[in-house]
Design a protein around this ligand. Structure first.
Ligand SMILES: [Zn+2]
Length: 154
């Protein structure tokens, strides 16, 4: 990011904040050469890994599918839709942070379960019980145990 005053290429970030949606980051910068301050707006790239389904097919990551799933799990529960949208956002950010080209759908499901667990116990159990991406029940129980163990310790 070149300084708009002297076109020097190096600047340091003195303040940084997310927009309401968390997709645009506003950065206050100071030129390392002339010391002038300027503001940059950076849009986070929405690049998601491909999702590996249970039958090994790949599909594009779609946050709407997560929203559908958690809405179903939260039916008649006192959870506002804005809270669910926030959960979907968190899950989407997490998927991006994995920095991988492909991710198994069950890993995403586990992350969603973890987030739901913090939100509403009933919704969590519902989501877990309809969750079909696991190879078998044994694997599911193991993951669940690991997940709960992790939450207790951390
Ligand atoms: Zn400058």
């Amino acid at each position: 990011m070149n300084c708009p005053f002297c076109h020097h290429t190096e600047s340091k970030v003195i303040d940084s904040r997310d927009s309401a949606e968390g997709e645009i980051i506003r950065r206050r910068r100071e030129c390392e050469k002339c010391g002038e301050r300027f503001t940059t707006y950076e849009r986070l790239e929405q690049v998601y890994p491909a999702v590996i389904k249970k039958d090994a097919r790949r599909e594009n990551f779609d946050p709407k599918k997560i929203l559908e799933g958690v809405r179903k799990a939260c039916e008649k529960r006192p959870v506002p839709i804005a809270t669910l949208e926030d959960l979907v956002h968190k899950a989407s950010v997490w998927v991006q942070e994995q920095e991988t080209e492909e991710i198994e759908s069950k890993k995403i499901g586990l992350k969603v379960m973890e987030l739901l667990h913090d939100l509403d116990e009933v919704a969590y159990v519902r989501f877990a019980s309809v969750y079909r991406s696991f190879e078998d029940l044994g694997e599911f129980m193991k993951e669940l145990k690991d997940l709960l163990g992790k939450q207790k310790s951390g």
